[in-house]
Write a protein that binds this ligand. Structure first.
Ligand code: GDP
Length: 180
């Protein structure tokens, strides 16, 4: 973790999850408060930053939307290494995407930094009538694996900023940490 000033904490955040679960859409909603129906898939690496104020700290999220793309799966460790936080996203209407989310949880616990903050995110809450993964299934996985848990809709914006605020809240302020 690095701090560019005493008040700004830079936080590297990686997005993981099956293709088309809405990873880029969640970022677009968070960064630009926008949504694109039938969005073109992200090609190559996408990197965005967004600042937000949480209590008395300013968090500068450095968001990497690449590692979760299937064809870059073998490169994923390059992206999540040194990440302070990760969003593992699934689509509540797609059971396969929940299986994939479990896979990412396991991989991060084995390979990522021990103090990484992970949020499990069930997206497309606006499609709740087509839901295949219950709230309880998501919540249970999150509790078992010590993850934050949210259900979101990038389309309506529901709960999207809460995900980032929740992550930001859990990130320790380096200026408050004693050197060891
Ligand atoms: P990614 O591959 O995980 O980055 O997924 P995208 O962000 O590209 O989204 C894939 C498709 O799902 C696009 O057509 C989006 O418009 C759509 N989408 C993303 N989030 C939502 C959502 O919350 N609700 C609905 N109904 N569609 C969504």
């Amino acid at each position: 973790m690095s701090s560019s000033s005493s008040h700004t904490i830079s936080v590297k955040l990686v997005l993981l999850g099956e293709a088309a679960v809405g990873k880029s859409s969640l970022v677009l909603r968070f960064v630009s408060n926008d949504f694109q129906e039938n969005k073109e898939p992200t090609i190559g690496a996408a990197f965005l930053t967004q600042r937000c104020k949480i209590n008395d700290k300013t968090i500068k999220f450095e968001i990497w939307d690449t590692a979760g793309q299937e064809r870059f799966a073998s490169l994923a460790p390059m992206y999540y290494r040194n990440a302070q936080s990760a969003l593992i996203v699934y689509d509540i209407t797609k059971p396969q995407s929940f299986i994939k989310a479990r896979h990412w949880v396991k991989e991060l616990h084995e390979q990522a930094s021990k103090d990484i903050t992970i949020a499990l995110v069930g997206n497309k809450l606006d499609l709740a009538s087509e839901r295949q993964i219950t709230y309880e299934e998501g919540k249970t996985l999150a509790e078992e694996e010590n993850l934050l848990f949210y259900e979101t809709s990038a389309k309506t914006g529901e709960q999207v900023s809460d995900v980032f605020l929740g992550i930001g809240n859990k990130i320790p302020d380096p200026s408050l940490q004693k050197s060891q």
